[in-house]
Design a protein around this ligand. Structure first.
Ligand code: FAD
Ligand code: NAD
Length: 464
C-alpha cells in the first residue's frame, strides 16, 4: 500500500484521540487517526457509556422492585423481572449508535480513519496492520492517545471466572455470587448495579474505607446505601487468589484470619494502567514519568512534535481530561497559544448515591496552607430532594476565609452528577461565596442546596 503522508497522526481514537482529530479537522489540518477497535476508545466501547447504561437499567429495575415491595408513593407493580441479555443488547445498541456518531464526526471534519493496530517505528512513522495489509503513515506531528487497560493481579489472572470491567459489562447471566476486588470507582459503580440486578455482592477492599481517594464524609452515604442494599463490604482485606476448589476467592481479613468467599464471578477492579506496550514505545526516545508518558502543560513529550494525551499520560484517568487535552493539542499544532491551565477537573462517581468532587476538599485546602470556611447543606432539608426520595447526602463548599474565593465543592446524593457542571463553572470563573449565594437558583431543584451551602459558609443559610 502507498504510504500516507499527513500533518497530524493520532494513535488511538478514544475520547482524547477522537476529540483531537475533530478539532484538528475543524482547524483545517490534514489529519489521520488510527484505531484497532471501533472509534470511541475505552470510554465509549467498554467504559463510561456502557457502564452508565447498565447502571441505569439496574436503577430502573430496583425502582420496580421497590414499587412491588409496597412503595410509599402509591405506585404498585407486579414482581418485576430483568432479562440481562436484552439489557446488554440495549446497551450495545447505544454503543453502536455512538461509534457511528464519532465516525460520522470524523468524516464530516475530513479526518481519515485507518482501522487497525498501529506501531510507531520512529517519532514520525506508524505502520498499521489493516485487514487489507500494512499501511505506513508518515506525519509531521504525532499525538499518542493509546489510553489504558485494566490492571491484572498476578495471583488472580483473568479467565472465564476472574473478569475485568469489560466482561462484566457483557454478561449473559447475572452471577448468583459476585465478589468484587477493589472498592474504587468501577468496583462500586458495577458492584451496586449488579446487586440491584439480583447478585449477592461482596466487595473486598484493601484500604480502610471504600473510595479511598475521596474524604470519608463524602463516602458515608454510599457506605450506608451499600448496607441497605445488602452488599457485604470487607475493608482492610487482601485478596489472595482463587481457592483450590475454585469455588470462590481466598482472602485475608482485617484480623489476619483467612476465609473463602463463594463466587461465580470475581470482578477485579484494582485500577487501570497506561497502555504503553504494543505500539512501539521502545522505538521512540520518550521520557517517562513512572509508568506514564511524561508531558508538560502543553501535552508535549520529550520528542519534538510528538504529543501525548489522556490516560497514557497520567491521573486523573478520566474521559473529560483526555478530551480537554486533545482539543488543546490540536489548537497548539494549528498555531494557537494554549496550555492546560484548568482550575479543576471534576470527578463524578456514579454510585448510589452519586459523588461529585471539584477542586480541593477541606483537608486538601488546609494542607495547601489556606485558612478556610466551609458550608455544608444536607439534601434532607431540600424540598426537591424530598420529592425525589433522595434525601441522603449533602453539598459542601470550601472557600478561603480571607477573600471567600471558592476552592472546592463536593456533593453526594441522588442525581448530583448533573450539578458538577455548575460546580466546575464556579471554580473556573473564580467565584466567591457571595457570587454563588447571590445567584438565583431555580426552585425546587437540588441546586438550591449549592446556594444554601454558600450561604451557610457566609453564616446565613436560609433553609436550615
Ligand atoms: P482510551 O479511551 O483508552 O482510548 C485509547 C484508544 O487507543 C483505544 O480505542 C485503543 O483501541 C486505541 N489503541 C491503543 N493502542 C493502539 C494501537 N497500537 N493501535 C491503534 N489503536 C490503539 N471516565 C470518566 O470520565 N467518566 C466515567 O464515567 C468513566 N467510567 C468508566 C467506566 C469503566 C468501566 C472504565 C473502564 C473506565 C471509565 N472511565 C470513565 C475512564 C475513561 O474510560 C478513560 O479515562 C478514557 O477512556 C481515556 O481516554 P483516552 O482517549 O486516553 O484512552
Ligand atoms: P480505582 O483506583 O478507582 O479503585 C481501585 C480500588 O482497588 C482502590 O480502592 C484500591 O484501594 C483497591 N485495591 C487495589 N489493590 C487491591 C487489592 N489487591 N485488593 C483489594 N483492593 C485493592 O480503580 P478502578 O475502579 O479500577 O477504576 C480505574 C480508573 O478508571 C479510575 O481511577 C478512574 O480514573 C476511571 N473510572 C472513572 C469513572 C468515573 O469517572 N465515574 C468510573 C470508572 C472508572
Amino acid at each position: 500500500m502507498k504510504p500516507i503522508t499527513c500533518k497530524v497522526l493520532i494513535l488511538g481514537a478514544g475520547p482524547g484521540g477522537y476529540v483531537a482529530a475533530i478539532r484538528a479537522g475543524q482547524l483545517g489540518l490534514d489529519t489521520v487517526i488510527v484505531d484497532g477497535q471501533a472509534p470511541g476508545g475505552t470510554c465509549l466501547n467498554v467504559g463510561c457509556i456502557p457502564s452508565k447504561a447498565m447502571i441505569h437499567a439496574a436503577d430502573e429495575f430496583e425502582k420496580a422492585v421497590h414499587f412491588a415491595d409496597n412503595s410509599p408513593i402509591g405506585v404498585s407493580v407486579q414482581k418485576p423481572e430483568i432479562d440481562i441479555a436484552k439489557t446488554v443488547e440495549w446497551k450495545d445498541g447505544i454503543v453502536k449508535r455512538l461509534n457511528g456518531g464519532v465516525a460520522g464526526l470524523l468524516r464530516k471534519n475530513k479526518v481519515k480513519l485507518v482501522e487497525g493496530w498501529g506501531r510507531m517505528s520512529d517519532g514520525k512513522t506508524c505502520v498499521v496492520k489493516t485487514d487489507t495489509g500494512e499501511q505506513t503513515i508518515i506525519a509531521e506531528h504525532v499525538i499518542l492517545a493509546t489510553g489504558s487497560e485494566a490492571v491484572e493481579l498476578p495471583f488472580l489472572k483473568f479467565n472465564d471466572k476472574v473478569i475485568s470491567s469489560t466482561e462484566a459489562l457483557s454478561l449473559s447471566d447475572i452471577p448468583s455470587d459476585l465478589v468484587v476486588v477493589g472498592g474504587g470507582y468501577i468496583g462500586l459503580e458495577l458492584g451496586i448495579a449488579m446487586r440491584k440486578m439480583g447478585a449477592n455482592v461482596t466487595v473486598v477492599e484493601a484500604m480502610e474505607r471504600i473510595l479511598p481517594q475521596y474524604d470519608a464524609e463524602l463516602t458515608k452515604p454510599v457506605m450506608k446505601k451499600l448496607e441497605q442494599l445488602g452488599v457485604t463490604v470487607l475493608l482492610n482485606t487482601k485478596a489472595l487468589g482463587e481457592d483450590s476448589k475454585q469455588t470462590g476467592l481466598k482472602v485475608e481479613l482485617a484480623d489476619g484470619a483467612e476465609n473463602t468467599i463463594k463466587a461465580d464471578k470475581i470482578l477485579v477492579t484494582v485500577g487501570r494502567r497506561p497502555k504503553t506496550e504494543g505500539w512501539g514505545l521502545e522505538e521512540m526516545d520518550l521520557t517517562m514519568d513512572g509508568k506514564f508518558v511524561q508531558i508538560d502543560d502543553q501535552s508535549k513529550t520529550s520528542m519534538r512534535n510528538v504529543w501525548a494525551i489522556g490516560d497514557v499520560t497520567g491521573e486523573p484517568m478520566l474521559a473529560h481530561r483526555a478530551m480537554a487535552q486533545g482539543e488543546m493539542v490540536a489548537e497548539i499544532i494549528a498555531g494557537e497559544n494554549r496550555s492546560f491551565d484548568k482550575v479543576c477537573i471534576p470527578a463524578v462517581c456514579f454510585t448510589d448515591p452519586e459523588v461529585v468532587v471539584v477542586g480541593l476538599s477541606p483537608d486538601e485546602a488546609k494542607a495547601a496552607g489556606y485558612e478556610i470556611k466551609t458550608g455544608m447543606f444536607p439534601f434532607a432539608a431540600n424540598g426537591r430532594s424530598m420529592t425525589m426520595e433522595a434525601e441522603e447526602g449533602f453539598v459542601r463548599v470550601v472557600a478561603r476565609a480571607d477573600n471567600h474565593l471558592v476552592l472546592g465543592i463536593q456533593a453526594v446524593g441522588g442525581g448530583v452528577s448533573e450539578l458538577s457542571a455548575g460546580f466546575a463553572l464556579a471554580l473556573e470563573m473564580g467565584a466567591r461565596l457571595e457570587d454563588i449565594a447571590g445567584t438565583i437558583h431555580a426552585h425546587p431543584t437540588q441546586s438550591e442546596g449549592f446556594q444554601e451551602a454558600a450561604l451557610k459558609a457566609l453564616g446565613h443559610a436560609l433553609h436550615i
